[in-house]
Ligand binder design. Structure first.
Ligand SMILES: O=C(O)CCC(=O)C(=O)O
Length: 389
């Protein structure tokens, strides 16, 4: 675990009269998080299936940390791509060129791509955005003088911008986990990067994801899918996502009441997700989770990519949050799920010695996905077809 004592002090100082309470909350949260059993290497049983202890812990807590899952080589590829993408970000929110005068990353796309926010703000909390799921506004610390007007917070549709993200998308162990949770015909959800720059990164207020199935008579804990969260620089109690373990089983949670009962936004039973670089988290979308403004000295970038059960999206009208709402028929889902086979081919080229994942729907229909630069270029705007539920 990284030593973040300087960040904890810096973070507490932003909270004025609440400084001591914030320091205590972070230290206690760290301790509770590290005492949980839901972390360790990805393990398989003798039949090559995900170890039942992992599935049991994921079911109990709603998240699991696969330690050291990405090799140093893979994490380095991601880092290099993140730097290249950063280099091509618009000079400021709304600009169409980067600092070198080139067309900025995403400037010619029509889908949901680069999002910005005021430094250390909580742009979603207490608003109607994303159908009002971020029910409370978190404390917005005052950024240091000299902070920019806006800071990048999220890059949607990341697979069209980064070959390394495509390769990680097809990690065989992660796809095996997707299969274990969602069945062999699992399908994509959406992909993106959460960007929390040191001293600037915006908050994502407490929320549960998922919009569609809360009142479904067949509701269960996995019906809104999950996200994998790959950590490139690690994730700490100051810059990371905090979760309320077990809440993925509780249906829609009244977060306003939780905060009221707690007397502050610091929910007493929440824990931070603490990771080293190369760790990957599986996080149930129904789990109450969120992240505070990043007032520390460590930047976090999370490589997020989610998967659904096929039955959770088939003939469902989308929530319209990540892409325009349409009804997902079989052809629509198949087109979006092409990304899985394409990514598997990309990964075979990058890591030829690895045993690759076999995606059952492609095997059944004898698909022969291809990966090359032309295919990569064809991914532009692929996220208009995200399966947003
Ligand atoms: O990474 C974060 O700060 C927020 C993550 C989140 O809300 C999500 O993955 O749904």
């Amino acid at each position: 675990m990284q030593d973040i004592s300087r960040s904890i002090e810096a973070c507490a100082a932003y909270y004025g009269d609440d400084a001591a309470a914030v320091r205590r909350y972070i230290l206690d949260g760290q301790k509770r998080a590290m005492a949980l059993p839901n972390r360790g290497p990805l393990r398989f049983d003798k039949n090559g299936n995900i170890h039942s202890d992992i599935l049991a812990d994921y079911a109990t807590y709603g998240f699991y940390i696969f330690e050291d899952l990405l090799s140093a080589e893979e994490t380095n590829d991601l880092k290099n791509d993140l730097e290249a993408m950063r280099d091509n970000f618009p000079t400021e929110m709304g600009a169409t060129t980067d600092a070198k005068g080139r067309p900025a990353l995403g400037a010619d796309t029509t889908g949901f791509t680069l999002q910005w926010a005021k430094p250390l703000s909580d742009p979603l909390g207490g608003t109607a955005i994303a159908n009002g799921r971020h029910q409370v506004k978190l404390f917005e610390p005052k950024p240091d003088t000299g902070a920019p007007q806006a800071t990048p917070v999220y890059l949607g549709g990341s697979l069209q911008f980064s070959k390394a993200c495509v390769v990680t998308y097809a990690h065989p162990g992660l796809l095996k986990m997707a299969e274990a949770v969602n069945g062999p015909d699992f399908v994509p959800f959406h992909e993106g990067l959460f960007i929390k720059d040191a001293g600037l990164g915006a908050a994502v207020s407490w929320h549960q994801d998922g919009d569609t199935h809360w009142d479904n008579p067949d509701f269960d804990e996995n019906i809104h899918g999950f996200n994998f969260m790959g950590q490139v620089y690690g994730s700490t109690a100051v810059n990371g996502v905090w979760v309320l373990p077990g809440t993925h089983k509780q249906g829609r949670v009244d977060i306003v009441k939780l905060v009221k009962d707690a007397g502050s936004e610091r929910l007493p039973d929440a824990v931070p997700i603490i990771c080293n670089p190369g760790d990957v988290v599986i996080n149930n979308r129904q789990l109450v989770h969120g992240s505070f403004a990043n007032t520390g000295f460590e930047t976090r970038v999370t490589v997020n990519f989610g998967f659904h059960r096929h039955s959770s999206v088939l003939n469902i009208h989308g929530a319209g949050i990540h892409a325009e709402a349409v009804t997902f028929d079989e052809a629509f889902i198949k087109e979006r799920a092409r990304l899985i086979g394409i990514a598997i081919e990309a990964r075979k080229q990058r890591f030829p010695e690895e045993t690759s994942y076999e995606y059952a729907p492609d095997i059944e229909t004898n698909e022969q996905p291809v990966w090359n630069d032309t295919v990569f270029a064809s991914l532009k705007n692929y996220n208009l077809n995200d399966l947003s539920i």
